[in-house]
Design a protein around this ligand. Structure first.
Ligand code: NAD
Ligand code: NA
Length: 387
């Protein structure tokens, strides 16, 4: 039997575990081919460790010889379904880390919950000698239980103020479809800030500090996106952008209280990439496909692992520490936002239509990345095997 991908609009319904292993292995191979960090972290907690930027951060930390504790929300296999891709990424990463003599533990559950906080504290105590050097906050989710009431709070992806109309990719149908984002209500903006903003990040760091678990030189990062003018109505000026501004607000607060302890907190602005979370953002895909087309032609393309290695090597563990922008943020979107890149991207976006997008922009690149996130589309993998 040949296992084929099942996709509903922009959501993958299945995955191919040997392909997930290949995807993890390729990131590991990339990291091992780069120069090792000097003074890298030794004990790292990654919240959102199973895919995208969080997994790549974990692999970058592995490359520095770090033991890692990864928290994620994933589904294991059941009688009639394979587990989620992130479930297998966790397992395969741990296997590889252990082969290299490094510790890797996966905690699967809700990172917002009290019980996950307790599991993390006891693991750091038991297995990290009570201290952590780096916390990576890389959750992407649409829902969080209210810390007081326990009721579910849902984020929304909407514009703010005025509606947005554009095109978005339906991966299942391989079509660009019209999409309209309605302006969010104030309540929806607040909810999105609660789910995707900085409150939970700061709460985690405060908790670890209260338990005296922050090592000397402790660092923490959370990932943000800003993007060029052409995506701002959807992202930066929309509900998600409001949540990202709240990350920055909390980073500033933590900066004040971590510095006397010899620690620091930074928002890291990443480039646009294909992940489970990003393909879900209505209206962003035409931009991503145009960006990939331009940056690949210019030799400036990076995937998650290249971004995270560059973050660790040239910023977090660079001799002089990270270079920061005027707002104290680390800018991994520097190549994406170059004028020469954006002027070509804008030219493509002016021309893109539902009829020409497969040839005009990097549709195949986005599709391949999406398939490979779920273990499909690797030419060295045999999809005829079952399991
Ligand atoms: P992703 O979907 O690949 O990863 C999300 C991770 O969060 C997964 O490990 C998932 O298991 C975990 N998670 C979700 N809900 C959870 C919960 N309740 N408890 C525990 N774990 C949970 O997404 P990603 O694109 O890597 O996003 C990570 C961060 O990077 C987000 O803050 C996102 O906004 C940011 N970012 C993404 C892009 C991009 O283009 N993909 C660009 C810039 C910034
Ligand atoms: Na992640």
């Amino acid at each position: 039997m040949i296992i084929t991908p099942e996709v509903k609009n922009v959501v993958a319904l299945n995955c191919f575990p040997p392909g997930c292993k290949e995807a993890v292995q390729r990131q590991v191979d990339y990291i091992r081919s780069q120069s090792a960090l000097k003074n890298g972290p030794k004990r790292v907690l990654i919240l959102g460790a199973s895919s995208g930027f969080g997994l790549a951060s974990r692999i970058a930390a592995f490359g520095a010889g770090a033991d890692t504790l990864g928290v994620s929300f994933e589904r294991g296999p059941s009688e009639d379904r394979s587990g989620s891709a992130g479930w297998y990424n966790n397992l395969y990463f741990r296997e590889i880390a252990e082969e290299h003599g490094l510790y890797a533990k996966n905690l699967v559950g809700d990172a917002f919950s009290v019980s996950m906080r307790e599991q993390v504290l006891s693991t750091i105590k038991a297995d990290f000698g009570g201290k952590v050097d780096l916390v990576v906050y890389s959750l992407a989710t649409g829902v969080r239980p209210d810390p007081e009431s326990g009721n579910l709070i849902r984020s929304v992806i909407k514009s703010v103020g005025i509606p947005y109309t554009g095109l978005t990719l339906n991966i299942e149908k391989e079509q660009l479809e019209a999409v309209t984002l309605e302006p969010a209500t104030l309540q929806e903006i607040d909810n999105t800030i609660k789910v995707m903003g900085g409150e939970d990040w700061a709460d985690w760091i405060e908790l670890l500090n209260r338990h005296d678990m922050l090592a000397d030189g402790f660092k923490t990062v959370a990932y943000s996106y800003i993007g060029p003018e052409s995506t701002q109505a959807i992202y930066h000026k929309g509900t998600l952008g409001h949540a990202k501004k709240d990350l920055q607000y909390h980073a500033e607060m933590m900066h004040e209280w971590l510095r006397p302890l010899g620690g620091d907190a930074w928002v890291t602005v990443c480039k646009a990439l294909v992940t489970k979370a990003s393909v879900f953002i209505p209206g962003l895909s035409p931009y991503v496909m145009a960006l990939f087309k331009v940056t690949k032609a210019m030799g400036l393309h990076e995937g998650c692992i290249e971004q995270m290695y560059r973050l660790f090597f040239t910023h977090l563990y660079a001799l002089n520490g990270p270079s920061l922008d005027a707002e104290r943020m680390i800018r991994m979107d520097d190549w994406e936002l170059r004028d020469d890149v954006q002027s070509q991207v804008n030219q493509l976006l002016e021309k893109i239509t539902p009829d020409n997008f497969k040839d005009l922009v990097d549709y195949q690149g986005l599709r391949q990345d999406f398939m490979q996130l779920n273990g499909f589309g690797f030419d060295n993998i045999d999809y005829e095997k079952s399991k």
